[in-house]
Write a protein of this length. Sequence first.
Length: 385
Amino acid sequence: MDFELTSQQALIAETARRFVSAHLMPHEENIERLGEVPDELRHQLKALAMEAGLYAANMPESVGGAGLSNVELALLERELGRVSLPLASCVLRPAPILKACAGEQIERYLKPVVRGERVDCFALTEPGAGSDANNISTQAVADGDDFILNGSKHFISHADVADFAIVFAVSGMTEGARPRKLITSFLVDKGTPGFEVRRMGRAVGNRGYHQCELFFTDCRVPGSQVLGEVHRGFDVAKEWLFASRLAIAANCVGRAERILEMSLQWAATRRTFGKPIADHQGIGFKLADMATEIEAAKLLMLQCAWKIDRGEGSEAVVAMAKMYSSEMLGRVADNAVQIFGGMGVMQEMPVERFWRDARVERIWDGTSEIQRHLIARELTRPYKQ
């Protein structure tokens, strides 16, 4: 058992950390104030990320990506997690589901995304189908060689800057006493008649990273834009969910590490009753708990990535990493506010932003409750046979 990073893994992590510190962090406060990443800055950061070899690093080398392993991607995501999400998202990691592109889809969608010419967004969640993805109601009705889409999606990240959406819709029902929905995935270009994108209201955290609503009204999509196979959309979605939940776990670890560093510096220099507050047990114990939980989450996250690389990944393994790391970040951020005291809730300090931004990590890409359900289901399955 060897926990040391290889030279390549260490280089990826160091390259990403230098990039984040030099090119992304300096813009944080301005983006927080603007609530936007200006287009000029977005294009500038994209170019820098491509030059550094970090853009679309999760895509295969065969289509121009870096072809990183899951462990290497987790190390990259951990460093990107240190900076605010709207800036980290400028270093695009396309939805892994795009690797299912075939034929002309490769030249029209996959390769342009990797080259930075197009941007994708993943459209699964609906007003009546968040954690229960199987309850989606957007319909795709076959009409000759085409499909007609009707329905809506919401909480679709960065759809406002995307060029196309990966859309999931109900394309049929199984037969039998207990019929279930059959889901198909589609590549839908922005500008297609009947496809509309609207920004949602302002969220508490992650200012500058926008959530959108998507509306489909008699939207005609050619059959050539089915991603994967008809009625088997969730087969290709699974890879996206694994990758996305692992990325969130790694992001949370990186953000928590940054929060701890700031808390340690503050606690070592802020003095009360004649000594640094770090010397008071009430503060020192918080710092000790924060460091311990971060280390546990880091190891769980890296083990998850390692297992996926070995073909041993499972819903429970990924759920454990996502659930624990996101909840750990919430506790670390809350402790940091307490350590900073009154300054912890002042907008002059970044701690209050970290605290706000952390809250959504326990919700998107599967709530903590859903992750616990997946873990429990996998644990108990052998005992039910």
